[in-house]
Design a protein around this ligand. Structure first.
Ligand SMILES: CC(C)(COP(=O)(O)OP(=O)(O)OC[C@H]1O[C@@H](n2cnc3c(N)ncnc32)[C@H](O)[C@@H]1OP(=O)(O)O)[C@@H](O)C(=O)NCCC(=O)NCCS
Length: 225
């Protein structure tokens, strides 16, 4: 079971345990939220309850002070910090110091998964990056959108999965609910609003398939040879 291979610091009191419910829910998704007399986000109110906003402030301050300036070699240190805040991240995964993670408890990264500089990981819903998948510089993984047909313009969030050996190239955009198939490629500045087939190269906006990719390009073949 791959989950079992995730490393957890046993000596660390996980932040997500201190916080009884580390799942950030917008006020629209919170069953206990009573909108009577409280401004909705469309009318200047906050999207998240005060508790969540404070937790996220704490997370952003921690990353800024302890990780955002660190050299590439300190990836294990950054992984440990992400884990404290609830990320499930393999010890061989890499998150660049200049990547921006919205909420670590909504992040899963498997072995050798990587996120380059300037990546925007807007994970209001869970983002999973599977083994050997790469997300290049300034790509945007965006799990949030709005219901544009609703007068209150509520936040809607859907998870993203980047399959094993897939590559999201520089400045590409992956939208809410997109499943990127194993070994798929989304070319530089491509826009994926729909899921991408495995071992297929996509370019453009909206992303269209241009050719197949050889499954032999997967990391397992390099390891076996
Ligand atoms: C997607 C990519 C991997 C495709 O490479 P490839 O398989 O060698 O494909 P080609 O270069 O032969 O291009 C195939 C077609 O797609 C077009 N194309 C390639 N990349 C494109 C892109 N990002 N956006 C739009 N069109 C693109 C080419 O113009 C070509 O069109 P044509 O057949 O009409 O001439 C590559 O173009 C790319 O985007 N690389 C990412 C670079 C990057 O992000 N670097 C940063 C990290 S190191």
């Amino acid at each position: 079971m791959r989950e079992a291979r995730f490393v957890h610091l046993s000596a660390t009191v996980k932040f997500s345990r201190l916080n009884k419910d580390a799942t950030m829910r917008s006020r629209y998704d919170d069953p206990s939220f009573n909108p009577a007399g409280v401004a909705l986000p469309r009318f200047g109110g906050p999207t998240y309850a005060l508790r969540f906003r404070l937790l996220r402030l704490f997370w952003m301050a921690a990353w800024l002070l302890l990780a955002a300036w660190t050299p590439p070699q300190l990836r294990r240190w950054r992984n440990a910090l992400l884990r404290i805040f609830g990320a499930r991240i393999h010890e061989t995964a890499t998150v660049h110091a200049k990547a921006r993670i919205w909420w670590p408890a909504h992040l899963v990264m498997e072995d050798y998964a990587s996120m380059g500089p300037g990546v925007i990981c807007y994970n209001v819903a869970t983002i999973t990056i599977r083994s050997f998948a790469s997300v290049s510089q300034r790509a945007h993984l965006c799990t949030g959108t709005h219901d544009v047909q609703d007068s209150t313009f509520p936040l809607v969030s859907r998870p993203i999965v980047i399959g094993a050996n897939a590559w999201i190239a520089a400045e590409a955009f992956v939208g809410p609910g997109v499943m990127v198939g194993e070994g798929a490629v989304l070319g530089a500045r491509g826009v994926a609003a729909r899921s991408l087939e495995a071992w297929t190269i996509y370019v453009g906006n909206p992303a269209k398939p241009v050719r197949a990719r050889r499954p032999e390009a997967g990391a397992a073949h390099a390891l076996a040879s």
